[in-house]
Write a protein that binds this ligand. Structure first.
Ligand SMILES: [Zn+2]
Length: 367
């Protein structure tokens, strides 16, 4: 197995501490020191991967140049990119309460977009089986026209749009296991059939947009009806609940949709130790979710699987979860799914089973 890895060496440019101090600091997020989405996240993950020897086992992608800005403009409006560019080339500032642009942020997002494009090429040209983009800031809240929720541009959407330029790729399955609903990814692809968006997230944790709250009844719009699936889980869910959702919804969905490529919005903020988490996910849970995705990728996508980092704000949990994912990617044994044996009758399990049954009974993909 060849695993390709990309990380933007200039990610430290995106840092709220680099914003000019004469800007107004007038809300909770702007006074936080450090901001939860800061360079230590990636620095820590990469240092640990180096020390544990993982970096020696993967193919690290070094880029000859930055991406064309058109790769980002295929997803986002010119106005949004201009706004980020202007703040980035001056003193930085805040786009929303928690979302910042620092001097140089534009270089970071451009470099990350280029890295994602590079990893897609590695996979599609069969120079790598799987790939992981360890990038920041995260992206799944960014919509066509707006940055929000720590996200400037939608990295997963840039990756999917880039892959669709290749004639072999007709259908992409995006699996979003970040704690929060990826309202931006849903908005970008909700009217399309060539990208299926599957999101498992905590109920009501990111709901700025009343039309995109991640409710299970949101299944796409227009031509895209049936090509979004939202699973809003109640607080307190454990590994077994997420794994059950993957077995009972994601596997049959993939069987019907038959994707050519899987892209994972790999956020690790549902980990039990994460400061934002209301869930009880452990590294075992992330390992099992990724095993299901690899199983699907092997069955339908010639192994083609790309992970892109989203959230994850407890450094120990983030680093351990990323390493657990590399364990799964580097595992050369035959992927066998762990059978679902646990049987719970607690209130959370009853609610999760009800949600699964509602989707299996009502979602167009299952009819
Ligand atoms: Zn998140």
């Amino acid at each position: 197995m060849t695993i390709a890895l990309f990380y933007p060496e200039n990610h430290f440019l995106h840092d709220s501490n680099r914003i000019a101090k004469n800007n107004l600091y007038n809300n909770y997020w702007q006074t936080l020191q450090p901001h939860p989405e800061n360079p230590d996240r990636l620095t820590r993950v990469l240092t640990d991967l180096q020390q544990t020897g993982y970096l020696d086992k993967v193919k690290i992608l070094h880029l000859p140049s930055l991406c064309s800005i058109y790769d980002i403009l295929r997803v986002h409006s010119t106005d949004l990119l201009q706004k980020i560019y202007q703040l980035s080339s001056q003193h930085g500032g805040w786009i929303t309460a928690g979302t910042y642009v620092s001097p140089g942020s534009f270089d970071t997002i451009q470099c990350s977009a280029a890295g994602i494009g590079g990893l897609i090429s590695e996979i599609l040209c069969e120079r790598a089986d799987n790939a992981f983009a360890l990038i920041r800031p995260p992206g799944h809240h960014a919509t066509t026209r707006e940055s929000m929720g720590f996200c400037l541009v939608n990295n997963v959407a840039i990756g999917a749009t880039c892959a669709l330029q290749n004639s072999d790729i007709k259908r992409i399955l995006i699996v979003d296991w970040d704690l929060h609903h990826g309202n931006g990814t849903q908005e970008i692809f909700e009217a399309r059939r060539d990208v299926m968006y599957f999101s498992v997230h905590a109920q009501n944790t990111y709901s700025n947009d009343p039309d995109r709250k991640g409710d299970w009844k949101e299944m796409g719009v227009g031509d895209g009806i049936g090509y979004s699936m939202n699973i809003p889980l109640p607080a307190g869910c454990k590994d077994i609940h997420y794994i059950t959702v993957f077995h009972k919804l994601l596997i049959p969905l993939a069987e019907t949709y038959q994707p050519n490529l899987i892209i994972i919005s790999a956020g690790f903020d549902a980990h039990s130790d994460d400061p934002f988490s209301c869930m009880q996910i452990t590294t075992f849970g992330y390992r099992e979710m990724l095993r299901v995705c690899r199983y699907i990728a092997k069955r339908y996508c010639q192994n083609r699987l790309l992970l892109i980092l989203e959230g994850g704000y407890n450094l120990n949990a983030l680093s351990a979860s990323v390493q657990a994912c590399f364990d799964v990617l580097l595992d050369t044994s035959t992927i066998k799914l762990t059978p679902l044996t646990a049987h719970f009758e607690d209130n959370i399990s009853i609610e999760v089973n009800g949600l699964i049954n509602s989707l299996r009974g009502n979602h167009p993909i299952f009819r």
